[in-house]
Design a protein around this ligand. Structure first.
Ligand code: ZN
Length: 134
């Protein structure tokens, strides 16, 4: 009885650990993807109006974002997909003019978003639809 209970407990802990591990992987996947991407963000400081560029690494820093998004349905490669379209996207970046972190509107957020989606699509295609060459 005790042995059976212990096996069940160990299995339960292992399963729970696996679920947490997967969840964490899921969260960090997006961050890694952004960090590995190469794009230039066009940011405009909301305080002083200075326009400057931000690197993908800068995008990973901090969680303070302000967004307004509209979802629009697009036909993408023969399928209807709902794509988030940002009407407004601002994040705290280091402003070279104010010399501190201030909210800046990302002017080309939809371009970046499009690139990210394209990259994700290519990844999925590679993972699931790759032809067996062996
Ligand atoms: Zn500024």
């Amino acid at each position: 009885m005790t042995v059976r209970f212990m096996i069940t407990a160990v299995m339960g802990v292992l399963l729970l650990g696996w679920v947490i591990f997967c969840g964490v992987q899921f969260i960090f996947q997006d961050r890694r993807r952004i960090a590995g991407a190469d794009f230039i963000g066009q940011a405009k400081c909301e305080k002083c109006g200075t326009e400057y560029t931000v690197s993908p690494q800068e995008f990973n820093k901090g969680v303070m974002t302000k967004t307004r998004s509209l979802t629009k349905t697009q036909v993408y490669r023969g399928a209807f997909v709902d794509t988030p379209h940002y009407a407004y996207y601002a994040k705290k970046f280091y402003c070279p003019c104010c010399k501190k972190r201030e909210y800046a509107q990302v002017l080309n957020i939809n371009e970046i978003n499009e690139d990210m989606r394209q990259q994700r699509y290519e990844e999925l295609k590679e993972r699931y639809f790759q032809e067996d060459t062996e």
